[in-house]
Write a protein of this length. Sequence first.
Length: 240
Amino acid sequence: MIRVEHLSKHFGPVAVLTDVNAHIRQGEVISIIGPSGTGKSTFLRCLNLLDQPSSGRILIDGQDILAAGVKVAQLRQRMGMVFQSFNLFPHLTALGNLCIGPVQLRGHSRVQAAARGLELLKMVGLAEKAHSLPHELSGGQKQRVAIARCLSMEPEIILFDEPTSALDPTMVGEVLAVIRRLARDGMTLAIVTHEMDFARQVSSRVFYMDQGIIYEEGPPQQIFEAPQQQRTRDFIRRVR
Ligand code: ADP
Ligand code: MG
């Protein structure tokens, strides 16, 4: 579904991604782990062109998204993103946050969008919060609304950038439970996370990023129990 070839990204003279090669198949759940500052967020942001890659190729279903004429808005509809900081529209209710994309970008009617929005809120356990504003919700509730909003656009893959890092520890579980459910339902996911137990349980493959590349990748048993590279071993020992 996604193939990344020789991706690099510089910010001015600073090389953040140097040569990233990866693929993600449909239905896979990829966890991306590694020390901070090693380019994990930049990698996700390059995939949906929030950051413009400096060189390399990103193919989605064989189509090069860096080619001229690619519509970024369409690309972002296919690839949803959930951020650490939720990024809900503060002046819209939970349901309003779920309707705006389908109505404005996909031409759905308000009635249709609201019906689907309510279903999605129910799925993340927040039907009773449909008419609450973001500031009336807890962090965990806001993040569940953000995930539901992402789903309202019917993406083919969802990119999560540390979805639980901003949350009070008591709220981490409720958000991870929603992501687990998406994984079980066969959604394609790429998740930057520091939740190692979660990553071990939910992932089909784990990417260990370090120094601007995917240093090691493999099934969770390999990365967590028998890493092949010294740097991976050191990292896993540190975060245990
Ligand atoms: P991670 O998500 O692994 O913590 P990031 O992808 O956020 O790492 O950042 C990798 C490096 O790139 C960091 O050193 C960071 O300071 C730098 N960086 C990220 N975004 C920018 C930017 N917009 N301008 C300049 N430097 C950036
Ligand atoms: Mg980051």
